[in-house]
Design a binder for this molecule. Structure first.
Ligand SMILES: [Zn+2]
Length: 336
């Protein structure tokens, strides 16, 4: 049993879970963020963005429906902009990137539980077979035969790859980029050289949702927001580039009558957006922007341009999620 499983089991047996749920009556908004709902078996791209299988997601949504007050997509913007309306502990479900499996798997499950969610899409990828940079990197590292990858950029480093389980190496190399604010095309060129393979621009099958699928989800009560246009790290760009990323995405959403004033910063960790990012987002007409580095939002500390979210983890049972939410009621930061 892993750490999460052990903690949940001990807490449940000791009656701590129920105690936390009763004690933590303070108003707060916990926003969950998923990327992909998919079986990771045989996946050719980045497995780290798969946070639940369809079965796990179904159990998690069932638990949320039974035990929590889940905000609708419309209520979400309302309680963020008017935090005094947040009178008890509430939960929201969000998705980043706009993957096709959100439509194929998550959407029918959400509907079956009578829940709605907000889906932040990067407009450049919609309706195409384009691959995101993290999926491109994961794909070539999996395909490469090299057991040591020597990268020259963003810094000179040699990463050992377990050819039977390359996921650790994939994450190590992806972090070199997300933590350095490096230039994306230089980074991709360095990965190509290290893997001795060309990074493919397109997937064999479409990975992201189509505009028609987004529209269908919106018509069924889901909300579609912006995750910028091309999903570059905003803090690494000039102010003008950041503005263009925010503007292009907003215009594309607006043209299709989809929600255009809520944004989720790509990656969303503290180093990936800045005061300049916030100013650009405001200037381009966004009213709310979500980060992604943990924590819940208390009404007295709600920041509409840094709405905190809790990342989901693969293999997290519904009970473990219940425990994590219970802990987040009493601590400033959500555990694990
Ligand atoms: Zn993203």
């Amino acid at each position: 049993m892993n750490r999460r499983g052990l903690a949940t089991s001990v807490a449940s047996r000791a009656g701590l879970l129920q105690l936390l749920e009763r004690a933590g009556a303070r108003p707060a908004l916990a926003v969950l963020v998923y990327h992909r709902v998919l079986s990771p078996d045989g996946h050719r791209y980045d497995k780290a963005v798969i946070e639940a299988t369809p079965e796990e997601f179904d159990e998690q949504m069932g638990m949320l429906k039974r035990r929590h007050s889940v905000v609708t997509a419309d209520e979400l913007t309302d309680v963020i902009l008017n935090p005094t309306k947040l009178r008890h502990f509430r939960v929201a479900v969000t998705f980043d990137d706009g993957y096709r499996d959100n439509y194929d798997h998550a959407f029918p499950i959400l509907k079956s539980h009578g829940l709605s969610a907000t889906f932040f899409v990067s407009t450049h990828y919609m309706d195409s077979r384009r691959l995101s940079w993290w999926d491109q990197v994961a794909y070539v590292i999996r395909k490469s035969r090299r057991s040591t990858l020597k990268l020259e950029y963003p810094k000179r480093v040699a990463v050992e790859v377990d050819r039977d389980a390359p996921d650790l190496a994939i994450q190590t190399i992806l972090r070199l980029y997300t933590r350095s604010n490096a230039d994306l095309s230089c980074f991709l060129a360095a990965v190509e050289e290290a893997c001795e393979l060309r990074v493919p621009d397109e997937a064999e099958d479409r990975q992201f949702m189509s505009w028609q699928e987004a529209q269908e989800m919106k018509d069924a009560g889901m909300s579609i927001g912006s995750h910028t246009h091309s999903h570059g790290i905003l803090a690494a760009m000039t102010a003008e580039q950041q503005r263009a990323e925010c503007r292009e995405s907003r215009e594309q959403l607006k043209a299709r009558n989809l929600t255009s004033d809520v944004l989720a910063y790509p990656v969303g960790s503290v180093t990936t957006f800045s005061a300049t990012t916030i100013r650009c987002a405001k200037d381009e007409g966004y009213r709310i922007a979500f980060s992604n580095y943990g924590g819940v939002n208390r009404p007295d500390a709600m920041n509409p341009f840094d709405v905190k979210r809790m990342n989901m983890n693969i293999d997290e049972t519904a009970r473990q999620l219940r425990f994590r939410l219970a802990l987040s009621r009493v601590s400033r930061r959500a555990a694990w």
